[in-house]
Every structure is written in C-alpha cells, then in structure tokens.
Write a protein of this length. Sequence first.
Length: 366
Amino acid sequence: MPQAVFYRACLLAVLLALCDSFGEYVAAQSGTNGGDLVSLAFPTENDAVLNGRPEYFYMGLDRRIAGRLEWSWEGGTYGYIRNSRSTPAGWRFTRFHEGVDIAPIYRDGNGEPLDEVRTVDDGRVVYVNRSPSGSDYGRYVVVKHLWEGSAFYTLYAHLAETTVRIGERVQRGQQLGVLGYSGSGLDRDRAHLHFEINLMLNEHYDLWQEERRPRWSSRHGRYHGFNLAGVSPIELITYNFRRPRASILAMLSSEREDVTAFVPAGPPPNLLERHPWLCRSCNGDPPPDWAWSWEVGFTRAGRPVSIEPSDLHIASIELGRIDALVRADYLHSRILTRRGPGSALNSTARLLLSVIFTRPDQVPNW
Ligand SMILES: [Zn+2]
C-alpha cells in the first residue's frame, strides 16, 4: 500500500473508531425511560456465578424426584424450581421461587454466617421488618431505587441483623445487615440471603387488600409479597455487569409474554403510569388516557411484562394468547389452570389483574 493511502486509511480507521465510541458514549447517557443507566453490585461478596461456579453461589436444597432426595444448587435459583410433580411432559418443578438464595462465604468457629449484606445500588430504605417471626422472610429490608427513571425494589431476607432504618438513604455497596437464617424453615447450615428485585404492582395496594383479602396480615402494607413482582435478579445483575452501557429496561421490555389477558375498558393502570416502557406499542409516547380494553402480557410466573391498549370490547377478563410451549411444559401454576383440552386463567391470575387495575377510588369487581 502506498504510504499516503496507508495514512488516509489509518485516519479513516481512527475517525471510525472515534465515531463508534462516541455513539456508545451517547447511548450510555440515558436509558429507555430517560433516566441514567445504572451499575449494579452483587448483594454480598459472593460473585461465584460470574466465574462459572454457580454451585458456590447458590444455596441449594434437597429436592425429591421420583421418591429420591437429591441435593441441588438449582434449588436456590429463580423460577419454577421446587416441588416436583410427574406430568405427561415428564418431571417438572411446579412451585415458583421469586428470588435467589445466595450462599455465605464466611462463617465463624460455630458455623454462624458472617457475610455483610449490601445494597446493590444507591437508594432509600423503604421497609425494615425487624421481627423474625413476622414473616416467612424473617428479618428483611426493602430498598427503593430509581433505575432509568423507573422505581425498582430490592429485597434482602433471612437476615441475622439489620443495620438500617426506614427512610435512610443508602449508597451502592453500603451494608444493610448480616446474612442469616431468620424466617421459616431454615437452619444454620442452610443460612443464605434470599434476594429479590421487584416491580411494585400498585401503589394503592392497601385498598385492594382491605376489600379483597381483609384476613391477610396488613403489617407489611404495600410491601406485601403479593404486590411485589420479582424479575430474575441474577440474570439482571450479570447482564448489567457484562454490558454496563446497556439499558436494563430495554432488556426487561424484550422479555417474552407467555400468556396474555384482556381487562375491560378504563384508564391505564397505576403500574403503567409508573412504568410507561411496559407499553411496547406506545413507542416511547405516554399511554392513552383510556382504552376499550388493556392486554396484559405475563411471564409464566405471573409477572406483567407488557400492558397494551386494545380496541377489543369486553365485559369481563378474558384469556388472550398462550405460548404453546408454556402450556405443554406445565410451568404456569401461578397463572393458568387446565380446563378440558384447553387452559383458563386461574384464581391467582385474576387476583393479580385486580391488584394491577385497582384505582385510588375503585377496586375492580371481577
Ligand atoms: Zn429463597
């Protein structure tokens, strides 16, 4: 190559590289919802899952399959991973685990875990349950974060002690407490941090519970587990860790809808007002003030992943689409029930929809 051509080629390469990194830089400034992108930390020092050693990261448990008890680290992961059942599709775990169980790294001479539990990002402590008998979660802390303009709630459960107060501002990596085994069904050997990343279904949840489930304990208010829908937390953290310039809202809004349901006419639900990115057909615009119906897309675990306005005229809730794989797999106990050769929304799905569509002045009567 003649020298002049070579230099021109080099100049072009440098310019292209600069343009490319500028493009990434611009992309890094704001997320899908207009807020800043975030950089999440792990909630304890244990990050073995990053190094391909999930068996050291997750606290497993004994699972019974075909009458045999088997220890498996998969029992500490997120998803349908507990309570095996024989189905025409083979053995399936039909009970959903809405978070992950992270094993301790440090223990003292008596085997007591010592790991610090830390907040994965800057935020505000919105709930602390100090009474270990008050919940299956034992002592737990909830921190509210604003990620790309959207509110997320991280939950840290089974703590031995908590070191923060409600209302306190915390910074990424700051200690919230010590890993433990408070709550139900745990002992020192299986001490772990149960960790969740949640969306809140409705800020007016208290009204719904008062009317529809008055016998449920109201001590946790809107931080009740039924009002918190957990995303796959380690998937989200490792995704964010490996692609620090990528939007986690873009990742979440590309999740597949396993089942959809239509809800009768009305204004957009509180969830959509707080998370407009859930409306995929809105293309970044605010959702309409009213629609003939709303089509809610759920994961197989019953977490809403999309809410779209629809022209369908209906008088009550109707089942929309079902992913054929999900039906065949039997992994849908939180949302579908079998009816003859087909499927129907089950009572949990109907309750979830009524929570999502509760307004400050009205609880749906369906
Ligand atoms: Zn757990």
